[in-house]
Ligand binder design. Structure first.
Ligand code: PBG
Length: 392
């Protein structure tokens, strides 16, 4: 048969009623009760050259369930909502204007006061009612032991108070780690030999967490990766009467290259060492090795035993397997941090017209949910919520 004849077979019958095939091709067809015509169907509205073939004998055709947007949305397995978002906010008080962060287009260090309130008010108007605060500490307040971290009147503590006074029902999360306050740029205290001291650091992390709770924080979030910090912070909070303050632990926080823009935002990268003080150039002795998966189970078990209320995986998109791992090994809520470098990549591609930003971002958010995340920390919190509300 040539293609001309093949096409002839597919031509629509003039009667308009379906023809039954006269050809029985196998025994299975004989025994099947009611089989629709397996022969060639009418072929209209297809391009010239479309081959004419008998229908495949397929009991299952997954595409039937994808046929319309109405049906797709009716059976969608995972949805993302502004209620899932935690919006990070950078705060400064070196002047009264917002300062753009070069490597994070659209994100600013917000001036303490009205600008912070306006930004959070905008987020709330789109249904984002959770924020996490990151203060930009001026250099003259940074020390090798980072006492500014637990200054009851520090920028972080004042921002918590301001936000809770203005929006009592806002969920305010904090970051517990020394890096924004440490002149060495590490999450813990660095010894002269270049060791990040574990237990000594925890003493200050506890004071930091308590000072944040006193200021009104709802959730304190240790991001430092010191061993035993969740339990120590839990005990310190409880001792001071803050039994209702939650702990969101950065459970599986990896030593990632994707934090670069964040460290620009806070000028918090590890500083160069000196002859008499070695300062490690990276955080690999406390943050996890990106190659490791089982190690996340070990961290998760410790955090659960120590009283974490929420477990977090960080970064996000390259670590979805770890999100799924925690989802399946723990009953606790799981959070994922879509970090600064991930934000920067999407923005950069969108600026060049290489990606449809809205579609790419909402896909990323949905994939976090599919992987098992309940909470998503993202700099796209406001923009994504606008898109979800149907705004351009
Ligand atoms: C501080 C902290 C970091 C981030 C959140 N908390 C930086 C780091 O660990 O070096 C990164 C967030 C981001 O990249 O968006 N301990």
């Amino acid at each position: 048969m040539n293609t001309q004849q093949l096409r002839g077979l597919g031509r629509a019958p003039t009667t308009g009623c379906p023809r039954r095939s006269l050809v029985i091709r196998n025994v299975a067809e004989l025994t099947r009760p009611t089989v629709a015509a397996p022969a060639a169907r009418p072929r209209v509205g297809v391009p010239e050259g479309t081959p004419v073939v008998p229908p495949q004998d397929l009991p299952s055709r997954p595409r039937r369930n994808r046929r319309s947007e109405t049906f797709r949305s009716a059976i969608r397995e995972n949805i993302v909502s502004p209620a899932n978002f935690i919006l990070p906010i950078f705060v400064h008080e070196e002047g009264s204007t917002n300062i753009p962060i070069a490597s994070m287009p659209g994100i600013f260090r917000l001036a303490f006061g009205k600008n912070v309130i306006d930004y959070v008010a905008e987020a709330r108007s789109y249904g984002v009612n959770q924020v996490v605060i990151f203060p930009k500490t001026p250099d003259h307040l940074k020390t090798t032991t980072a006492e500014e971290a637990f200054n009851r009147n520090g920028l972080s503590q004042r921002t918590i108070r301001l936000l809770k006074d203005t929006f009592p029902d806002l969920e305010v999360y904090t970051d517990v780690a020394l890096d924004p306050y440490n002149s060495d740029g590490h999450d813990g205290i660095v010894s002269d030999a270049g060791v990040i001291l574990n237990d000594e650091t925890i003493e200050y992390l506890c004071r930091q967490a308590v000072s944040q709770a006193e200021a009104g924080a709802d959730v304190v979030s240790p991001s430092d990766m010191m061993d035993g910090r969740v339990g120590a912070i839990r005990r310190a909070l409880d001792r001071e009467g803050f039994t209702n303050v939650s702990i969101m632990s950065y459970t599986a926080k990896y030593a990632s290259a994707y934090y670069g823009p964040f460290r620009d935002a806070l000028a918090s990268a590890p500083k160069p060492g000196q002859a008499h003080r070695r300062i490690p150039p990276n955080k690999k002795t406390y943050q996890m090795d990106p190659a490791n998966y089982r190690e996340a189970v070990r961290e998760a078990r410790a955090d659960e035993a120590e009283g974490a209320d929420i477990m977090m995986v960080k970064p996000g998109m390259p670590y979805l397997d770890v999100v799924r791992l925690l989802r399946e090994t723990s009953p606790l809520p799981v959070a994922v941090y879509h970090v600064s470098g991930e934000y920067a990549m999407l923005k950069a591609a969108a600026e060049r017209g290489w990606l449809n930003e809205k579609d790419a971002v909402l896909e990323a958010m949905t994939c976090f949910r599919r992987a098992g995340a309940d909470l998503i920390l993202t700099y796209y919190g406001i923009e994504a919520s606008k898109w979800l509300a149907g705004e351009k």
